[in-house]
Design a protein around this ligand. Structure first.
Ligand SMILES: [Zn+2]
Length: 205
C-alpha cells in the first residue's frame, strides 16, 4: 500500500467505528475513493451537518437540533404532555423502544451506567432526571436499564435518589435476559418487559 497520509488517517478513523476493523475500513475507503461525487462529497457534507447542527440535550440527553434549547419542563421537541419518563442508558436504547412503539412518554438518556469502565457518576444525567421529576408532573419513572450489574446498580441508585418524591418507580420485567442490553432485544421481549414492569416499593426510612 502506498503511504498517503490522508488515506491512512481516514482508514484509522473509520476503523474506530463500531463493528469495523482495519480491513473493512480499507474497503470503505476504497469505495469512497472510487465514488467521489456520489458518495464522498455527500457523506462529507452530511458529517459536517451532523457535527454542526445536532447535539445531545444536557437535560434529557436526547438528540436534538443544537439551536433548540430544552428546559426542565419543556423538551421543545415533544409537543405532547406526558406523565411518564422512561430512563435508558443510551440513545440506541431509546431508538429501540421508540421503534417498537411500546412506550408513549418522555425519554431520559443517562449517557451510560454507574460502574462501567471510565464512567463517572457525575457525567451521567442523573441530577437532571431528579430535577425533571421535581419540576414536571410526572406520575411514573420507568427504569429501562440493562439487565447487567452496571445497569441494575444504576437503576437502584436512581430509585434511591427518587425515594422522597411522590412518583411511581418501576423497572422492566424479568423478560429481560440476564446481561441483556435493551438495544439488542426484539420487540416481543421488549413489549412483555414493559407490559409486566414491576413497581418498586419505596423505602420509607
Ligand atoms: Zn431535552
Amino acid at each position: 500500500m502506498q503511504n498517503i497520509t490522508e488515506i491512512e488517517e481516514l482508514i484509522k478513523l473509520i476503523s474506530r467505528l463500531p463493528g469495523l476493523g482495519p480491513k473493512s475500513a480499507k474497503r470503505i475507503v476504497l469505495k469512497l475513493i472510487n465514488n467521489r461525487d456520489e458518495l464522498t462529497k455527500p457523506l462529507a457534507k452530511s458529517l459536517a451537518d451532523v457535527y454542526k447542527n445536532i447535539s445531545r440535550c444536557q437535560i434529557c440527553g436526547t438528540l436534538k437540533p443544537t439551536l433548540i434549547e430544552c428546559s426542565f419542563n419543556k423538551c421543545n421537541l415533544v409537543k405532547k404532555k406526558f406523565d411518564k419518563i422512561c430512563v435508558v442508558e443510551n440513545i440506541a436504547d431509546q431508538w429501540s423502544i421508540e421503534s417498537s412503539s411500546i412506550f408513549e412518554g418522555y425519554f431520559h438518556i443517562l449517557g451510560g451506567t454507574i460502574g462501567s469502565s471510565g464512567q463517572k457518576k457525575e457525567h451521567l444525567l442523573i441530577e437532571s432526571l431528579i430535577q425533571r421529576v421535581k419540576n414536571e408532573k410526572i406520575d411514573e419513572v420507568i427504569l429501562a436499564t440493562s439487565a447487567t450489574v452496571e445497569g441494575q446498580t444504576t437503576a437502584y441508585y436512581i430509585q434511591d435518589s427518587l425515594k422522597y418524591f411522590n412518583v411511581k418507580i418501576s423497572k422492566l420485567a424479568q423478560g429481560l435476559p440476564v446481561g441483556g442490553e435493551i438495544e439488542s432485544l426484539d420487540d416481543g421481549t421488549l413489549y412483555s418487559a414493559f407490559k409486566n414492569r414491576i413497581g418498586l416499593k419505596l423505602d420509607s426510612d
